[in-house]
Design a protein around this ligand. Structure first.
Ligand SMILES: NC(=O)c1ccc[n+]([C@@H]2O[C@H](COP(=O)([O-])OP(=O)(O)OC[C@H]3O[C@@H](n4cnc5c(N)ncnc54)[C@H](O)[C@@H]3O)[C@@H](O)[C@H]2O)c1
Length: 354
């Protein structure tokens, strides 16, 4: 049997080792920090929570990934200036609600040319900005900066990356050379990295698929079966694609890893907090109680307002997103909402009417 254990595949002599600052010591930040350290990169992790850094230093374990050993070579700091200083790459790995504050705190220490990579999946309510756009707006507010921004997104549960299980991801940047540079840094025998220049499409997929995963979870919680889940994934993809193409994103992105790939994994896996949170709601728990029971960020709930606003702005029909909004924000009974979805006006799968 071929051994696929972690091996550096960059094949790029210019990049023997990159210096990487990871902002955020949660589940995904630490899974990536471990992987990047094992690839030979120099990795330092920062968290806004000093007690979290103390615990990570002491135990070399992340609480949500207790089986994952954090290498001794992974450094930690509670100083945001230090995590930014002299790094080739800064990885924003905090939940979406903290991305703006983190970018604001980091901006004074970010130097031109450093590549900023976002892995948080979400959209900011009110501004309707994607996460790389939020980071860009904080940099601009601080003065002129010349930093390429990359979104790294795909079907990537931290629980599996922490075990070096085969995974794929997309490095998205309008500048293909920068997308390839990040591909070189992250690519290894357990993580295959594809590039894409449609950064907005990739980020939109990452934010909205979590809402469809909530819907899939609600359906499971109500006792509905695989037929319903397949319908939600397929029609959910149709509405994400409608929104994305109305916004000028590339249709192909939605059928790629960051789109269909991530939607499939999020809507079918028990690792997905969005899916599990939806299931609890479907079983009868109030949305706030379900979020509290999950105890970690549920990005689908955070993305609801912005997605509803975008759907209105671009005049795009998003019946599944609306259904989740009715349940989460308007106290509607999930069974009644499903009845309303099933009895909507008859439609063609092909909007051109054939
Ligand atoms: N977990 C995954 O498998 C996974 C995979 C891909 C993408 N993502 C995305 O990555 C992002 C982070 O997810 P996660 O699973 O690591 O979440 P998490 O809930 O594990 O992250 C919590 C972390 O956020 C940080 N934090 C807490 N309060 C903060 C504050 N006030 N200011 C700044 N930082 C603070 C802390 O480091 C904390 O550990 C999310 O947007 C998620 O959608 C997660």
């Amino acid at each position: 049997m071929t051994d696929i254990s972690i091996k550096n595949l960059s094949g790029n002599a210019d990049l023997p080792c990159a210096s990487i600052g990871v902002l955020g010591a949660g589940t995904w930040g630490m899974a990536l920090a471990r992987m990047l350290t094992n690839l030979g990169h120099q990795v330092t992790v920062w968290s806004a929570l000093p007690e979290e850094i103390a615990a990570l230093r002491a135990t070399r374990r992340q609480v949500n990934l207790p089986y994952m050993v954090i290498p001794e070579a992974t450094g930690f700091t509670t100083e945001i200036a230090e995590v930014c200083r002299d790094r080739d790459v800064l990885l924003f790995a905090v939940p979406s609600v903290y991305v703006r504050a983190t970018a604001r705190a980091a901006a004074p220490f970010i130097r031109d040319g450093q590549i900023l990579v976002d892995v948080a999946k979400g959209m900011e309510p009110g501004t309707l900005l994607t996460m790389t756009q939020v980071i860009r707006s904080e940099l601009d507010a601080h003065g002129p900066h010349d930093n390429p921004l990359v979104a790294l997104s795909g079907p990537t549960h931290a629980e599996e990356v922490a075990r070096d299980l085969p995974t794929t991801i997309v490095s998205a940047c309008p500048d293909p050379d920068v997308a390839r540079r990040v591909q070189d840094i992250f690519m290894n025998s357990c993580l295959r990295v594809y590039t894409n220049t449609d950064i907005e499409g990739v980020e939109l997929c990452g934010a909205v698929k979590n809402i469809i995963a909530l819907a899939a979870g609600i359906s499971t919680g109500l006792g509905y079966g695989d037929n319903a889940r397949a319908a939600l994934i397929t029609r959910g993809m149709a509405e994400i694609t409608r929104l994305g193409t109305a916004m000028g994103c590339k249709e192909r992105t939605f059928f790629g890893l960051a789109g269909m790939g991530d939607l499939i994994v999020t809507a079918t896996s028990q690792h997905s907090r969005n899916n599990r949170c939806g299931q609890l709601i479907g079983e009868g728990l109030a949305p706030e109680a379900a979020i509290a029971r999950i105890g970690m960020v549920v990005e689908g709930i955070n993305a609801l307002d912005a997605t509803m606003q975008l759907a209105r702005r671009y005049d795009v029909e998003m019946p599944i997103t609306e259904a989740v909004d009715q349940i989460v924000h308007h106290g509607k009974n999930p069974r009644d909402v499903v009845y309303a979805l099933m009895t909507r006006e008859k439609a063609s799968e092909n909007p051109s009417g054939q």
